[in-house]
Design a protein around this ligand. Sequence first.
Ligand code: AQP
Length: 331
Amino acid sequence: MDDKKIIFSGIQPTGCITLGNYLGALKNWVSLQHDYHCCFSVVDMHSITVRQDPVALRKRCMEFLAQYLACGIDGEENLVFFQSHVPAHAELAWVLNCNVYMGELSRMTQFKDKSAKHENNINAGLFTYPVLMAADILLYKTDLVPVGSDQKQHLELARDVAIRFNNLYGETFTVPEPFIPKEGARVMSLQDPTSKMSKSDPNVNGFISILDKPEDIARKFKRAVTDSESEVAYREGKDGVNNLLSIYASVTGKTVDEAVAEFAGCGYGVFKERVGEAVAEELRPIRERYEDLMKNKDYLETVYRTGAEKARGITARTMSKVYRKVGFVNR
Ligand code: AQP
């Protein structure tokens, strides 16, 4: 075994993969994939914490898998799989549920936000979502979790549970660290730059799908909410402009200061157009590769079957250790 560290990350198949998911997570998965042993899962079990249409969900799961690969994830070098194909995720979640307190879960801001959004379906899964996420991570002895900043609180919970379990039962889990990018950690909605860009936003102008066509990207950026001033500057109170500058910096690899200097003296019209062009250029090859991949269902199937098989092997060893530690009789 080499000394490469381990990464786990996933996206739940709800809505469509956005520029936020891409800059906050996927783009970093791609850049880290050769230096780590990586597990990238389409976390389908998380998605049923809100009501899903089963036919649409099955289709979307395949589309998400193809988008991971289209973004540049190597499906042979990494473990790429559907979470539901690896039963240990649910098994470990149960054990961890018995080691997490109601008080801790009630403090999770995502639970508060989502229960306000889905008043008619505040189910127990929505409440224990972070426990399943902790199981996802801890099963693989994960060292690093590349996520957007919205997941920081959940990751802290995963660390707390790992430490608690290790203290109670002896060294079992690796305590994971978050990997949160400097730029793109929290991409905001183009229509309401005080809220996070969300993949289930009913307003399609608020988010960019990574599969949007260049003309749609241009239109959405043109309509992006800014402010009543005219100076492209990064400062408090200019949420819309700040967001566009961060997006530009993240896709071009420049710093925000460099971006500000580049747009000095530009009006908002030109600024938005140029940000739109940079994003369209970044996403163009992804859309093209995606279209090819969706025609190759056999290849997609090989990727997710092979990934899940290897993941089942790794996680079975973790579960056997966990069950022994908590005192269950050997099978
Ligand atoms: N706006 C964002 N900026 C940066 N990173 C983001 N991430 C999500 N939104 C942003 C990161 O993407 C990964 C997957 O997230 P998820 O599966 O939890 O889904 P979500 O997109 O965070 O969920 P939404 O938008 O809230 O979807 P719905 O509306 O369906 O519930 C994570 O690494 C996350 O940090």
